[in-house]
Design a binder for this molecule. Structure first.
Ligand code: FES
Length: 81
């Protein structure tokens, strides 16, 4: 599975870096290092909605440190199970 986190300027200002750190921690917690390829991406075209990430081909907008665990569960863990 590929996960990209937008590091375009708008998402960067809204905390992309923390999202990348958070994802790294979650991936490690769940022992998914071999199954997930985490990368940074340039603007994904959804700048007004907070940090945008892409899980395989699905765009997920409005990601924050608060909802990250939920997003991870819904879009990553579910897809892998
Ligand atoms: S800067 Fe992230 S979607 Fe545009």
């Amino acid at each position: 599975m590929d996960i990209s986190v937008c590091i375009g300027s708008s998402c960067h200002l809204r905390g992309s870096y923390d999202i990348i750190k958070g994802l790294e921690a979650l991936i490690e917690q769940h022992g998914l290092q071999n199954q997930i390829n985490l990368a940074a991406a340039f603007c994904l075209g959804n700048c007004t909605n907070g940090v945008t990430i892409k899980v395989n081909d699905r765009i997920v907008t409005g990601v924050s440190t608060e909802n990250l665990p939920q997003v991870f569960k819904e879009h990553v863990l579910k897809a892998l199970s």
